[in-house]
Design a protein around this ligand. Sequence first.
Ligand code: AKG
Length: 287
Amino acid sequence: MRSARRPTPSHGGNITLAPEPAIPAPGSAEFTRDYVRANRPAAFASLVKDWPAVRRWTPAYLADLTARLGDIQVPYRSTPEHMARMDLSRIQQGRMSLGALLMACADDPGGEELYVPGMALPEGVGPGIDIEKPSLLVPFQTFGTTIFLGRNTRCIGHFHPMAHALLCQVQGTKKVWMFPPSELNRLHLFPAWSQGFFQSEANFYGDLAPFPQVARAKGQMYELHPGDALFIPMHWLHVPEGTGWTTAVTYWWRPELGEWLRSAGSLRALVGIGGEFVRRGLARRAQ
Ligand SMILES: O=C(O)CCC(=O)C(=O)O
């Protein structure tokens, strides 16, 4: 096992976060007790380094693989650096062909941000071929596998209302800022009853001056390299930023009731999920 790796410090706007080194992965019993039940994040060095995907998933390889499945249209994003307040409608850039996006990343990995912020793995890509559920997750019934990819990706600050996640970095490097649920009230989230209830209004890649509380929030930063994995506990706000071409796979599973009850983010999550439920009901009635 490789020794713990200490990342370089990261800052954006006027915020600096203490770097946390990636550690050797524990066994699944220790992972469950010390991290999942404790709602505590950690980066595990080299957890999935033996996945064939870590070697294979270049943009050209994925373009070739997905071309056989036909023309897949994907929603993609980019976040303007100079937009102080996140405007969700301005970061969605519409849809484009996955093949064209991958070829743009292959041709110019250092170009402007092109970000596919999560898509279900297409049939025939991934499980059993290039990736395998990490043994750490054997005790958990995972319910999905999502791929994130693009170049110079800037994910907005968000938390998962109802799931724990293990983010497995496949290619490229990524910094992930993390803030515990107890800090959510400093992170300028969109109103609890609104659609963005799990997302921050602050643009972590721009000027944070309009959000003085954010600079006071206590968080930590992880740096992921190919083959590393990050446990993202439920209700931890995270801000992942990829450099150059990056791709990652995330596994999801449901927390236990006790974990819910102990989390400082549960009330906001409940209000937000309730709001979403009402909005969908009203939309159905209006049809
Ligand atoms: O890797 C990324 O770009 C985003 C990952 C993420 O936000 C997640 O797994 O929840």
